[in-house]
Design a protein around this ligand. Structure first.
Ligand SMILES: Nc1ncnc2c1ncn2[C@@H]1O[C@H](COP(=O)(O)OP(=O)(O)OP(=O)(O)O)[C@@H](O)[C@H]1O
Ligand SMILES: [Mg+2]
Length: 277
């Protein structure tokens, strides 16, 4: 009798852990609307009735033309702005709670680095804010730089690095706090194609290693197909979700896949979603 009770308790503990792991990086968005008020008092509808489920540990792209509300949606998830109406749950919490609990990391289009701080000191920055002891801070920052392939550049300054390298530093910095969710707003759009494709593979490697959720904003169709489990197609005037497509290309993804029929089919399918928008 006692044995069964212990087994039940164990099962419950396992189930609770499973539930926790599966909730940790989940993002649920329901009936979300965002209306900006401009300085002149005009109203701009940026998002209308957005409903979206992003599973924990998945790689999801938000894809669409300029002005369809991609950045707005990312900023709402990151708690940088408050929506006009609707609900957003980030790992079972409100965006504010998730931000306070440091569940979120963010990478912007251009790397926002402090030029007077070395690369290592830039990555240590969020850990300083968390008051982590110096030794631990250093170890963690060095590990992150190793992960993004910049171990040998730790003592350089941002202005001594290329754009691609700077963007790697900002990824390392966002990952330093070990966030369950990484939000990326067109992180590679300013880079040349060679660098971008290299960073795609690096990012997928980091994602696999860290098992986090990534929400990746882009207006590049092939980039979204190559990286994602799911592509959320958005359209403008007003910004809304117009289609959600599952990408079932095998993982790990590799450069040869960019030449396959399956890959081109996905691109063609998404292109057709945009026709008539
Ligand atoms: N602070 C703001 N005040 C007023 N309107 C805004 C503000 N921020 C964004 N908008 C408007 O909201 C809409 C969506 O903007 P958003 O920046 O989210 O688009 P986006 O899809 O990220 O575009 P892009 O691809 O050009 O970055 C646009 O019409 C934009 O003009
Ligand atoms: Mg944007």
């Amino acid at each position: 009798m006692e044995r069964i009770a212990i087994r039940d308790r164990l099962n419950m503990a396992v189930a609770t852990q499973y539930y926790a792991d599966h909730e940790e990086g989940r993002i649920s968005i329901e009936n979300l609307n965002m209306v900006y008020e401009t300085d002149k008092g005009d109203k701009v509808t940026a998002l209308t009735d957005v409903n979206l489920e992003i599973e924990s540990g998945s790689f999801v792209s938000l894809l669409g033309p300029s002005g369809c509300g991609k950045t707005t949606l990312l900023r709402i998830i990151a708690d940088l702005i408050t929506p006009t109406s609707g609900s957003v749950s980030v790992g079972g919490m409100s965006p504010t709670q998730a931000r306070m609990a440091r569940k979120l990391g963010m990478v912007f289009q251009s790397a926002v680095l402090y030029d007077w701080r070395s690369v290592l000191k830039n990555v240590e920055m969020p850990l300083e804010i968390m008051h982590l002891p110096k030794g631990e801070r250093r170890d963690r920052a060095e590990h992150m730089l190793e992960m993004v392939g910049l171990k040998d550049f730790a003592h350089r300054y941002p202005y001594e690095l290329s754009g691609g390298m700077q963007q790697r530093v900002s990824i390392a910095r966002a990952l330093a706090v070990n966030p369950g969710i990484l939000l990326m707003d067109e992180p590679f759009s300013a880079l040349d194609e060679f660098t971008r494709e290299k960073l795609h593979d690096d990012l997928l490697g980091i994602w696999k290693e860290n098992k986090m959720t990534i929400v990746f904003v882009t207006h590049n169709i092939s980039e979204s197909v190559y990286l994602s489990d799911k592509v959320v197609v958005m359209s403008p005037h007003p910004g809304r979700v117009s289609a959600v497509l599952d990408i079932s290309l095998n993982r790990p993804r590799c450069a040869q896949m960019r030449e396959t029929e399956e890959y081109y089919d996905y691109i063609a399918e998404i292109r057709s979603d945009f026709e008539g928008v």
